[in-house]
Design a protein around this ligand. Sequence first.
Ligand code: FAD
Length: 944
Amino acid sequence: MHSLPKPYDDFCAELRRFVAPARLIQDPLRTLAYGTDASFYRLIPKLVVKAESEAEVARILRVARKHATPVTFRAAGTSVSGQSITDSVLLVLGDQWKHYEINTDGSQIRLQPGVIGGHANRCLAPFNRKIGPDPASINAAKIGGIAANNASGMCCQLAHDSYHTLVNARIVLADGTVIDTVDKSTREAFAETHRDLLTQVDELARRTRANALLAKRIREKFQIRNTSGYSINALIDFEDPIDILQHLMIGSEGTLGFISEITYRTVADPPHKASALVLFPNIKDACEAAAIVKARPVAAVELMDRAALRSVEDKTGMPDYLDGLPEDAASLLIETRATDSTSLKRQIKAIASSIADVKTLFPVHFTDDVEENIQLWNVRKGLYPSIGAMRETGTSVITEDVVFPIPKLASATLDLQRLLRKHSYDEAIMLGHALEGNLHFIFTKDFGKYQEIERYRRFMDDFAKLVVGKYDASLKGEHGTGRNMAPYVEFEWGRDAYDLMRDIKSMLDPDNILNPGVILNSDREVHLKNLKPSFPVDPVVDKCIECGMCELTCPSSALTLTPRQRIVGLREIARLEASGEEPQRRIALQRLYRYDGVDSCAGDGLCALACPVGIDTGQMMRILRARRIGERGNKASRLLADNFSVVSKIARGALRTANIAHIALGTSLMQGLTGGVRKLSRGHVPAWNPYMPTAARVSSTNAHSRTDAPRVVYFPSCASRTMGPAKGDPERDSLPAKTEALLRKAGYEVVYPEDCERLCCGMPFESKGLMASADAKADETVQRLLRVSRNGKDAIVSDTSPCALYLKQRLKDDATLFDITEFVHDFVMPRLTLRRRSEPVALHPTCSIRKMGLEDKLRKIAEACAEQVIVPEGVACCGWAGDKGFTHPELTMSALRDLRASLPSDCMSGYSTSRTCEIGLSYHSGRHYRSIVYLVDGCTQRQP
Ligand SMILES: Cc1cc2nc3c(=O)[nH]c(=O)nc-3n(C[C@H](O)[C@H](O)[C@H](O)COP(=O)(O)OP(=O)(O)OC[C@H]3O[C@@H](n4cnc5c(N)ncnc54)[C@H](O)[C@@H]3O)c2cc1C
């Protein structure tokens, strides 16, 4: 147990009475890891509490109040202004906040704060509706953070943000009481117990409305996006104090209360879309065009300056015409959406003709082709990653977020460009949601240097003078005030409005325990303090901007660390090693990192898919494993690799013995016995579960060759050659036998590589950091595959997705290797007659299937075979990772904790494409999971 400083030990002692110890985190590694959000600030919490219910949050706040202990709430931690970090107590949303309810016509959605924004939209998609806010981080950001930041995004008009689409909410106040604004009776109940508070709110609102000048200023400033300071428009927009209260919560960044539930009015999401990337000779023309098209039926208008376009022009998939544009060129990416194609055409015409008189570099061309649309939006979406990737190691990414009234956008943009040049931020790129006058400019700086901090200070002062002094505009439009803009809130709003904000804070949080220092802060330098160090570690991870987009798919996120947190840990260890500071702390971090960082990483690499700069933290962990194993480990592994057929035989023997023991002892005795042995061996004996495979029965020989049929080389993986079906599985054939039968049914001649039994793709070695053995096995297998496929003349099929991905990378263009999914989809199914099953089936796309982009094909296969296919939303990597399920079963348990509950009771079986993943999936779902091949074989017949 790591000790806590006073008064946190007393606070924590009280929490221990009702919060499980595993949800109270105080060790130096994980508190460090939670000390980061997507901003360039860092504060390390003393204690992290994972809260699981509204009642628990209420109780925690009561204890916090008693001990005068500040608490900061955390949803996904993707904020960029430093509002979701603290050096006190961080209250993180645990697993239990994912509930949602949609009303019958989809016009409203009730959400708990832990629902991911993108998930909410996927649930609303069947109604052609979505939630209004659409931050670019929507696939990671959670509702709590979206509402508390009043986040917006590319297609979010002012009328569609959280403030304007809020219907009702449940809020936990600082004293632990709950206000539910859902209906008359709950409102009356609150009014009964909180008469004083509501009277204060009412008085504040009356005073504000009575101050004509102030009311006018508030009204005018909220004509455009504004997230600097509180949503004080609530005081003039509403009369009922409860309505005022719930709207004040929006954009309050966790400083006024905890949002435990929110109901949004949803907005239309028409299915027909078209986009155009319109290029202008200069940014002034682009801004003027934006002002014109605003009056037309546009869904999004994204501005990009020349520097922004330049940062992506060389990337693959970008349109050719981006290359060689004039120095001052700028663009607008315009999207329009309609309910039907006729309306879409009409809208395109209206938009194009509205800017017919504005000079453009190329004729305006809209496309409704899905692929072309994706390509155009990739220009915009690639900007943040590309600046992240281009920046020098050790620098921080700074994103500012300013809003001007549309008519002033053109001149304000030119002023901003001049200001950036004046402060020598020449590399800054400018982009923005032009429809809302919301501009972001992004640049990178090394805050390790004193002169850079000073330069940033001077820039920010000048920036505030320009934005407020010349344009009376908003210093923050959607990212929240945080710590970054707190020193300028009074400057932007003036004394009266600032006093009003202070009154609101002291009325709702009189003890200043809710996220103190965020939004309101009397420290004029708070934006220059607690800057995040970004120490170089290894080129594999150095480009990480700690944005947190990777966290959602990580199987160890609930167990130990996420990819972002692993990198944070590595950076701090590297910094301490280099500086020689705090040696004891460094040693403690290194000791904890062995398991939390390295051993508990599944190495699946799904994080690279979610990461805007494509970082595979799993690869970094494999590098660390390799360093730890050293030459001795490699020698031992080579012995295994050289005798792989013997190893396979031994493995089959062990499975056979375990199965005999299972039959003899029964499941519960076997489980107890193996659990005991594993405990005694301190985890060295592999974990057993009732879904363990029996020994596979295989014969991968070329016995039945038919010369008149098309040839296919079938490479059964070592896992499918060794592991047969689980004991209770009604399917009795091993995967290789089933696959061969299916391929033959489709009319193929099946040939195997010679001496198949000793082959392995190499990946099991690589995942343990045994790089030399991995290379040796992969090379051997590739050579055999080339030989048997007549140097790539015949197609090669792998039955296991991780192996297919690994071998594809090794074979490159020398031969065509298909994952079983694509081969079945493209070549087997068209040759067979299908009969769909009525019972629902579960589907698990493995990490490799996702990385190969085969998710869609896998789903199509399943949908062709079964009337209902369930792909559970919250399940990404299963965490089995080849053999981690045997050695670290807690990782699989953590990764698949939501699986069982997400499957309906009439779904009796699941399908996937990796035998080892299927063991964990079966165990944690209580259903037999097996290869998709079994499903296809059971639903198909030879064509007459
Ligand atoms: C790559 C990237 C792109 C982005 N794009 C956009 C964009 O287009 N538009 C935009 O607006 N923002 C954008 N953001 C910023 C950020 O992602 C959004 O503001 C997002 O809504 C934050 O959600 P979160 O779940 O990460 O919240 P967090 O960062 O965890 O929290 C945000 C704030 O809400 C508070 N909070 C969290 N939960 C609660 C709760 N239940 N009750 C009360 N307070 C709570 C926290 O204390 C904190 O102050 C982007 C960020 C990144 C990294």
